[in-house]
Design a protein around this ligand. Sequence first.
Ligand code: ZN
Length: 111
Amino acid sequence: MTDYDHDFYNPAPEPARAVIRAVPYPAELNPRGITITCTGCGARRDWLLLADHDQIFVRCRCAHEWREPDLTRADFDRHYVEPEHEWDDFDTAMRALAFDGLLAGTTWNLD
Ligand SMILES: [Zn+2]
């Protein structure tokens, strides 16, 4: 007779790899007609949008980051095309994208 105990054996799940998608957004954001402003440094543009499941976060060049409930997953997906890079951890990603605070106050004229 088979040992059915094994049917109840659930191996520990693989450690879930945190998948946070990020997309730079150089322009101003005004999802409700009010331009989003960084409370850390007063910047009004040049954001990094982060999507963690259905929550959207905005990150500033000064490394200030907050959840922006006015932005939806659909907003994010409109700007997100496809993954360009993959990083092992969040800090590395932020450094690579120059959103780790080093460039706080820096703005580029992209026009
Ligand atoms: Zn800022």
